[in-house]
Design a protein around this ligand. Structure first.
Ligand code: AMP
Ligand code: ZN
Length: 485
């Protein structure tokens, strides 16, 4: 069972996607007005962890991440530098993808750009106008929040605080000004604009995500992510626009990550405390995988305090795993399998999955990995490791590395790094981790049957069934399989 903390409702919920096997995921992408810093990448890393975990658990994931290449900030930057919007944003788009690649973040299926979807945005504004949720003032269009009774349900804004008829033009504002927000901004001198069916102008930031998510994922989809600073007003406004237009629920699960902070403050350009990936690699010689591990290893709903000490710790954790794998690959071992190691591997696998299933509790998953490494290292020192153990250990690390994606395997070890593991892989994974226990239960059931204790035999079968394991009595003995729930 997978559980997530849903910002909408503010509690932990069991995850059920709309379609049994496919998760539709939208993650707010970068506003390409500057180089992304590691705070931004914390959000993308949390989303990568979420996506890899869902894939690992056998779901297909359709992932859309927008690129905001027109908004207040990009326009301001382009005007200041005296270049076109496209010229201004392009270098940041490139830098963003460079960062994703450097940190091993999986690519989304679609990266729609706001500037390529402007006519659709105008059409949505027109639709809201026709339904009475929007109004026009001097060529700009605003969302009438008083008309949308669910306004504030994501960020828990009291309806009484709504300032009816008062308008806010900027894309970003604080909770104190809960006002009618701009869906569309009238053409201004010097600003880029588009000719559309609602007149000349450009979209507000929030309408962009409503349009680009619906285009690829439909009116209702499973998960929407972002940083906590997106909850209000951005995501609140997305809900208002999308639900007012479609009349359907927009998103079932909202997941938000906490900020990366430095010296007690949110890392952000305006506070002047940013660090970029390039800076860490070039000036400090940091291994990108240490940055990845650092960003991954704090639970996403906790603040991550960036310090160079924390980065060093991530580096030594990474070295511990890499050295462990290298050692396993270099030992010359006797044939055979030590049951103690089999148990350690099974326990690690189960705890690893359990941790992540519990609202992506990566800390407990990583603890399970390092505990196993510690115990196996002791067994290696005592020469209690056999050939099959080493192979199983490497396979287990390779398997969890589909999610962590930080381990460097030495050239003599070949692992399948593919991520599209699918449902079969999930079942195989469970089979491997359960097989010893199930075999034991089957033997107990056989014994019970021989002793004609059919009540016990049936109970064992039913207990297994409750865990999703089905037994089949065949001519060649008892076979079992796992049914994915
Ligand atoms: P922006 O480009 O400012 O729109 O931010 C892109 C994404 O990065 C958003 O989801 C933000 O919530 C997130 N973000 C920005 N700063 C931080 C930070 N210091 N820690 C974590 N996430 C952040
Ligand atoms: Zn967005």
């Amino acid at each position: 069972m997978i559980k997530f903390f849903n910002t909408l409702g503010g509690k932990i919920e069991t995850f059920h996607p709309l379609q049994e096997d496919t998760v539709k995921l939208y993650t707010c992408g970068p506003t390409v007005y500057d180089y992304a810093h590691i705070g931004n990448y914390r959000a993308y890393m949390f989303e990568d962890l979420l996506k890899r975990f869902l894939l690992f658990m056998g779901f297909d994931v359709i992932h859309v991440m927008n690129i905001t290449d027109v908004d207040d900030k990009t326009i301001k930057g382009a005007i200041e530098q005296g270049v076109s919007l496209a010229e201004y944003t392009e270098k940041y788009v490139h830098a963003f993808f460079y960062g994703l690649e450097t940190l091993g973040i999986m690519k989304a299926d679609h990266y729609p750009r706001a500037t390529e979807n402007v006519q659709e945005m105008a059409a949505l504004v027109k639709g809201l106008l026709e339904k009475g949720y929007a109004y026009e003032r001097e060529g700009s269009y605003y969302f009438k929040i008083a008309k949308f009774s669910n306004y504030g349900k994501l960020s828990n804004i009291d309806q009484r605080e709504l300032k009816e008829g008062v308008r806010v033009d900027s894309d970003e504002y604080e909770k104190e000004s809960v006002q009618d927000f701009a869906l569309w901004k009238a053409q201004k001198e010097d600003e880029p604009f588009w000719e559309t069916e609602i007149g000349p102008g450009r979209p507000g930031w929030h309408i962009e995500c409503s349009v680009m998510s619906a285009k690829y994922l439909g009116d209702t989809f499973d998960i929407h992510c972002g940083g906590v600073d997106n909850i209000f007003p951005h995501h609140e406004n997305e809900i208002a626009q999308s639900e007012a237009f479609s009349g359907k629920k927009f998103v079932n699960y909202w997941l938000h990550c906490q900020h990366l902070i430095r010296d007690g403050e949110k890392m952000s350009k305006s506070r002047g405390n940013i660090i970029t990936i390039q800076e860490l690699i070039k000036n400090h010689g940091t291994d990108p995988m240490a940055i990845r591990l650092l960003l991954l290893s704090t639970h996403y709903r906790k603040m991550l305090n960036f310090t160079f000490d924390a980065l060093d710790q991530a580096k030594s954790s990474l070295e511990r795993i890499n050295e462990f794998v290298a050692k396993l690959g270099s030992l010359s071992l006797k044939e055979g399998e030590n049951p103690e190691v089999v148990t350690l591997v099974d326990e690690m696998r189960q705890k690893f999955i359990q941790g992540l299933s519990n609202d992506l509790n990566i800390s407990s998953s990583l603890t399970a990995v390092f505990e196993m490494i510690k115990k196996v290292n002791i067994l290696i020192a005592k020469e209690k490791i056999l050939k099959t153990d080493a192979e199983n250990l490497i396979k287990a690390i390779a398997s969890i590395n589909k999610i962590l994606r930080v381990v460097s395997f030495p050239p003599n070890i070949h692992v399948n790094d593919g991520m599209k593991v699918g449902k079969d892989a999930q079942v195989k994974f469970l089979e491997r981790s359960l097989s010893h226990k199930i075999d034991k239960k089957i033997k107990e059931r056989e014994q019970a049957r021989q002793q004609k204790n059919y009540a016990l035999a049936d109970k064992i079968r039913d207990d297994l069934m409750a865990q999703g394991v089905v037994l089949e009595d065949t001519k060649n003995g008892v076979r079992w399989k796992i049914i994915k729930k």
